[in-house]
Design a protein around this ligand. Sequence first.
Ligand code: 4FV
Length: 245
Amino acid sequence: MSAREASQDAPWTATVLTLFPEMFPGPLGLSLAGKALHQGLWALRVLDIRDFARDKHRSVDDTPLGGGAGMVMRPDVVDAALGAAEAEGRGPLIYLSPRGRLLDQALARELAAGPGVILLCGRYEGVDERVLEAHGVAEVSIGDYVLSGGEPAALVLIDAVVRLLPGVMGNEVSPAEESFARGLLEHPHYTRPAEWQGRTVPGVLTSGHHERIRRWRLEQAERITQERRPDLWARYRREQDDSEG
Ligand code: 4FV
C-alpha cells in the first residue's frame, strides 16, 4: 500500500505544535472526542516545539526587535517544527491568534470536510511574522480576547470539528448543530419532570404534535436569535430572502 493509499484512509488528523505537549489530549481524551479518539475516528499528533530548539539552552524565544514587553518565538525554531509537521501532518497550517478568521460553525464544517489540520500554538507575545509568511500559515481566532497561549484555542477548534466527523455523534444531528446549520441560536430545551419548583414546560412539548413542536422550536430559535444576536438574525433574514429569490 503506497504512502498515498495509506494516507487516504487515515482518519482526520490534528497535528499540534506546542511548548506544552502535556496539555493534549486533555479534555479531548474524554467524553465524545475521547471515545472517538480511542475508536480511531480521528487521530492526534503532538509535537513539542522545544524539540526543534538548536542551542544548548534549547531556547525557543527572544526579545522583541524594536523593544517592548514580553518575548517572541524564534523563526528558526518554529520553522523547523512546522517543517516536521508538514512532513507528517495533514490539512491546512493554522496559527491560533486573535488576528485570525473567527472560528464559527461554517469554518468547523469546512475543516471537518478536509483530511485534518496542523495547529501552531503560540506562547509569549506570539511568533516571528516571517515564519508565518514563509509557510503561508492561515490564522484563526476563537474570539476577541487574549489567551496566555494558543493551546486552549486549539482544544476548542479540535472539539468543534471532531464532533462533526462521521460516526462521532452517531447519525442523529444534534439540535445545536441543526440550529447553527440554519444560522439560528438554539431553541430552549426541557426534560422531565414536567413541573419543577412550580415551573411547568410549554404545553406544545407534551402535545405529541410533532409539526407544532417543530414550528414552536423554530419560532423560539428565531425570537432568541433576533433578541440576542442581531448580526446572526440579519444574516439569517438575508439568506432567507436569497433562498426565496
Ligand atoms: C488566541 C485567540 C489568543 C495570543 C498571544 C496566544 C494568544 C499568545 N488564539 N484565538 N483569542 N492567542 O489569544 O486564538 O501567544
